[in-house]
Design a protein around this ligand. Structure first.
Ligand code: ZN
Length: 266
């Protein structure tokens, strides 16, 4: 069964991870721009990073494992708190959105829910709305329900297109907040976020419409095979294969198909 993992930070991964992911069924992945584990202090560092994930990483995915690699570009919330630098970065975000493998805006959202984070979140939601682009929204690690609530309020207040937004990193504590919207609901199968069995329990309760699984696959303990493993667990639990396919392939496909640059052939 083919898989699209719509949230992988492959820049922090080895070539072998691409190969293992491909062998497990991942034909296509989306790499959102995010924090690199250490705060950047120069706007130029962002532009080099954007170039790296757009160019080198997309090429490496194809060269090492024939994986279709796409990117979303955005200023993540932690670094939005360096206001001067953040303004410089935001000014140049639109030019990256025109690049070939770029299929949306993200990750944007909240970390500590500060005024500067809210400013950057609103600015980038606006940029995405004006360009009809998909958006990946990062929900905070600390006090996640309150942060998610604030994210939903802003999305509703701005009146941006909810069908083009994934609210990501949901847990059992945020699903009711996210499910109030027409946004897509992402689960990051990751130690400390949500385990696959708990996420599958939620899908059994809430259904599979608009539900998306991803691995994050970043530099911390995480698993680039988290989505294939969840697929296997769903099959082991006796799920209908069409329903499994909907979660691991059709839903992310349908979401990113909204981007003019997404050319993966289903
Ligand atoms: Zn991420």
């Amino acid at each position: 069964m083919r898989i699209i993992d719509p949230h992988m930070h492959m820049v922090s991964r080895a070539a072998d991870d691409y190969k293992r992911a491909r062998r497990a069924g991942i034909e296509c992945c989306i790499e959102p721009a995010f924090w690199s584990g250490q705060d950047k202090h120069h706007a130029g560092a962002f532009f080099d990073y954007f170039e790296q994930i757009i160019g080198h990483e997309t090429d490496r995915a194809e060269r090492t494992a024939n994986v279709d690699h796409y990117v979303t570009i955005g200023l993540e919330p932690k670094e939005a708190n360096y206001r001067d630098m953040a303004e410089e970065v935001l000014e140049r975000i639109p030019e990256y959105l025109d690049r070939d493998p770029v299929v949306g805006v993200g990750e944007i959202g909240f970390d500590q829910v500060t005024d500067d984070e809210e400013w950057a979140f609103r600015e980038q939601l606006e940029i995405a709305e004006n360009r009809d682009l998909p958006v990946i929204v990062h929900t905070p690690h600390t006090d996640k329900p309150a942060g998610t609530e604030r994210i939903v309020e802003i999305i509703e207040e701005m009146g941006v297109t909810q069908d083009r937004i994934i609210i990501d990193h949901n847990t059992e504590h945020t699903i009711d907040i996210s499910a109030r919207t027409d946004c897509w609901i992402g689960f990051t199968l990751y130690p400390g976020k949500i385990e696959a069995d708990a996420a599958i329990d939620l899908l059994e309760e809430y259904g599979t419409d608009n539900m998306i699984f991803n691995s994050a696959a970043d530099w911390d303990p995480s698993d680039p095979l988290a989505v294939p493993k969840a697929r296997d667990e769903m099959i082991d639990r006796g799920w209908d294969r069409e329903e499994v396919r909907k979660v691991v392939f059709e839903n992310p496909y349908e979401f990113f198909e909204q981007s003019p640059n997404f050319e993966y052939e289903a």
